[in-house]
Design a protein around this ligand. Structure first.
Ligand SMILES: CC/C=C(/N=C/c1c(COP(=O)(O)O)cnc(C)c1O)C(=O)O
Length: 393
């Protein structure tokens, strides 16, 4: 349950039974071939495997001596992001646990949509908790969640963003533990949640590894030189990175939300600007003041706007296995514009942070090297807020 000094279960007594029941269920499912057969039987529905392909014009944009940039198209999954991988896996666990009701938190709305989608598919009642600020800025996804038959609870407390949605979801879970499973949307929360989410999301890195080898056998190259992903709670990053963890020749780079700049104090770059702490039941890096008060965060992208991060990424930061940088809001808009206009792919604003990071890394690594980028989601949900930025774009 620990990733170095990180992880654990910092939860009230009232949650212990439910969490240990989940652990038992996960442990048995994980080692049960018929569970994975059932999971893979939904690949046609999810659109797995997602494709991996070279982004020639994005690579050219990075410059004549830049490394090749490869895109792992999690944006083409059903519902438009990597979130479906985890939502589907966890609803199969909920079924095994005999639960009949699902709750979840959401910030960008992608996890909310993915959860509402699998609840419709499996006939379970669904309530999504979402900060009121995110209800406003991701309105398209709120509409989709309701169309899928789920209800949305708009959370007015605190900063009215993802952190507050998680608080509310956890609070409501305690009331209905026996009927309800909480499909947590990122690699956060008390053990076993970070391990569950990473396990389901690791389909991203496993497929990428195989696809890269197959696509590069002619040049006798079996591994990329770097993998890069944006980091909110850390699920698409750990999903892309964990299958490469023990391949030291593959650099791992996470790109966080630098907001108005890490020095400005208005950001969500937890690993870059945070310290060891506890948030939402887990010991990890958090953004907090000297009294341990969790800081308010800012990001143009709702899915990265969170003061915590998964414990596995925290351990990789401290062990040096992965590096983390911050892309500002402006950098993200640049990544958004560049991918749209060089590859015809409109990314989620979250993903745009990784695109910006990939261009910089491609210039750094140089010719003949290869970078795989987790293209975590599509940008339909963001076009309204980007429209306001269009003059800058
Ligand atoms: C679970 C809360 C986060 C959400 N989304 C986060 C997100 C992220 C960041 O989440 P992680 O992969 O968990 O770091 C990256 N890309 C897209 C397209 C996202 O939607 C959500 O509610 O949809």
């Amino acid at each position: 349950s620990r990733f170095g000094a990180f992880g654990g279960q910092y939860i009230p007594e009232s949650l212990m039974d439910c969490v240990s029941q989940l652990l038992t269920c996960f442990e048995s499912a994980r080692s049960d071939p018929s569970f994975w057969e059932e999971f893979r039987s939904y690949y046609p529905y999810m659109g797995r495997p997602s494709s991996l392909h070279l982004a020639e014009r994005l690579t050219a944009h990075a410059g004549p001596k830049a490394a090749n940039i490869w895109l792992k198209r999690e944006d083409l999954n059903h519902t438009g992001s990597h979130k479906i991988n985890n939502a589907l896996g966890q609803i199969l666990l909920a079924k095994r646990l005999g639960k009949t009701r699902i709750i979840a938190e959401t910030g960008a709305g992608q996890h909310g949509v993915a959860t509402a989608t699998v609840c419709a598919k499996f006939g379970m009642a669904c309530t999504i908790y979402m900060g009121a600020e995110d209800v406003r800025r991701q309105a398209l996804n709120v509409f989709r969640i309701k169309l899928l038959g789920a209800s949305v609870v708009s959370v007015e407390a605190g900063s009215r963003t993802l952190r507050d949605a998680v608080n509310e979801a956890m609070r409501s879970w305690v009331v209905d533990l026996d009927t309800t499973h909480y499909i947590i949307g990122s690699a956060i929360g008390p053990h076993p949640f970070p391990t569950i989410v990473r396990t389901f999301q690791s389909v991203i890195g496993q497929e990428t590894k195989q696809q890269f080898r197959d696509l590069n056998s002619h040049r006798n190259k079996s591994l990329p030189d770097a993998a890069i992903a944006c980091v909110g709670g850390g699920s698409n990053a750990t999903g892309m990175f964990s299958p490469f963890e023990h391949d030291p020749s593959v650099a791992l780079l996470g790109v966080e939300a630098g907001g108005s700049g890490v020095k400005s104090g208005k950001h969500s770059a937890t690993l870059t600007g945070g310290t060891h702490g506890v948030l939402h039941g887990v010991r990890t890096y958090v953004l907090q003041n000297s009294h341990g008060q969790i800081a308010d965060t800012h990001s143009v992208s709702a899915g990265l706007d969170y003061p915590g991060v998964g414990p596995e990424l925290s351990s990789w930061k401290d062990s040096g296995r992965a590096k983390f940088i911050a892309a500002t809001d402006a950098d993200a808009f640049e990544g958004f514009r560049v991918l749209s206009q060089t590859e015809g792919i409109i990314p989620a604003l979250e993903t745009a942070h990784a695109i910006w990071g990939a261009v910089g890394l491609a210039r750094e690594l140089g010719e003949g090297k290869d970078i795989v980028v987790c293209l975590s989601g599509r940008g339909d949900k963001d076009v309204q807020s980007v429209a306001d930025e269009l003059p800058r774009i």
